[in-house]
Write a protein that binds this ligand. Structure first.
Ligand code: PMP
Length: 355
């Protein structure tokens, strides 16, 4: 009988909890609710049959991205979303029984890809208020550690990791790859990109899925030391990134104004929502990303269901006691969320009392 590899058979099934079609305000995937730059859309519409008939060539896109990052093209790989970059690192550095260190709660896909390699996942819990546990991460390293993931700002908490902490981890683990996941960099502005090429074990993942509003395009970046990147390049399919994404990349990068305006709008409505939620008595954590983590408490399930019945999807985070993650939309969308939430609380007196 045909059998998948043991580690694959034993994997927990992971379904991204995609919002149902009945949802008309989708705040559970950290997507942009306003969409991409009109310049990207115009480029997309201008593509002809010939452009689609040909296999895509990634190199031109890599040069553009590298120039925009101020690093050589040899240090950049375009990926099929940041997800592919994570997968490539797991496949490249994790032998069976090697260890990957993740700080939890965090983005789930690190574990999914690591399990596919039969690696051992070492989970280090965050410190008070979801702070990055620098010393405990360093203490968790062993002779078998080959990959350490630092998500900055972290999903789902929105918390930032201090540069000094990241440096300490990198220095403590010269034989391990350190993946700095900067998927939400555009919202935080904090990066270590200038260290790429200087620190041979540092990799940085970025994505066009968030601030650029292109999650459906599947376009990401993996940056790292040139020698290491040449190894990863051997593993990736030469056609991992589709022709639409490569064609639109120049416009996406050029329309800086669009991204800046969107980021600023998100930051404003995020802080507004946080203040409002706190006034209602819900604890929220300061976020550097396009979402916030909020504690709904014991009635969380009922509240999520009631909101969903009203067309609004938030993300349950069972790994953060009583919490939900709320993606930030426009001011108007956040006002709608708040209005509906107040009505839900009115109908669920237990939820009101539980706070
Ligand atoms: N890293 C983090 C921290 C994320 O939150 C996400 C998406 N939610 C990704 C990576 C994957 O992004 P992409 O759509 O580029 O695959």
């Amino acid at each position: 009988m045909l059998k998948a590899r043991k580690c694959v058979r034993e994997m927990r099934e992971y379904h991204s909890p995609l919002s149902s079609t009945a949802t008309n305000l989708r705040l559970d995937m950290n997507e942009s609710t306003t969409g991409c730059s009109p310049r990207v859309l115009a480029k997309l519409h201008s593509m002809d049959a010939k452009a689609l008939a040909l296999y895509p060539r990634r190199e031109s896109g890599e040069k553009l991205v590298a120039d925009s990052l101020g690093i050589p093209a040899a240090q950049v790989l375009l990926t099929n979303g940041a997800d592919e970059g994570i997968d490539l690192l797991c496949r490249a550095y994790l032998e069976p029984e090697n260890e990957i260190v993740v700080v939890v709660p965090t983005f789930t896909m690190y574990e999914v890809f690591a399990q596919m390699e039969n690696a051992k996942v070492v989970r280090v819990p965050t410190g008070p208020e979801f702070s990055f546990p620098t010393q405990r991460v360093i203490d968790s390293l062993s002779g078998n550690t080959r990959l350490i993931v630092i998500c900055n700002p972290n999903n789902p908490t929105g918390t930032a990791v201090a540069r000094s902490s990241i440096m300490k981890v990198i220095e403590a683990a010269p034989d391990a790859a350190v993946l700095l996941d900067e998927a939400y960099f555009d919202f935080s502005g904090q990066t270590m990109m200038e260290q790429i090429g200087k620190l041979p074990n540092l990799f940085i993942a970025r994505t066009f899925s968030k601030a650029y509003g292109l999650a459906g395009m599947r376009l990401g970046i993996l940056a790292g030391d040139q020698e290491q990147m040449s190894v990863l390049r051997r593993m990736a399919s030469p056609f991992n990134v589709n022709a639409f994404a490569i064609e639109c990349l120049a416009e996406a990068l050029a329309d800086r104004q669009f991204v800046a305006a969107y980021v600023s709008q998100v930051q404003t409505s995020r802080e507004w929502l946080r203040r409002e939620l706190e006034q209602l008595g819900f604890k929220c954590w300061p976020s550097q990303a396009n979402f916030i983590l909020c504690r709904f408490g014991e009635e969380k399930k009922a509240m999520l269901e009631a909101l969903r019945a009203r067309g609004i999807a938030l993300r349950d985070r069972p790994d953060c006691e009583g919490c939900v993650r709320i993606s930030i939309g426009t001011q108007q969308e956040m006002e709608r969320l708040l209005t509906e939430l107040k009505q839900v609380l009115y109908q669920l007196p237990a939820a009101k009392a539980a706070r």
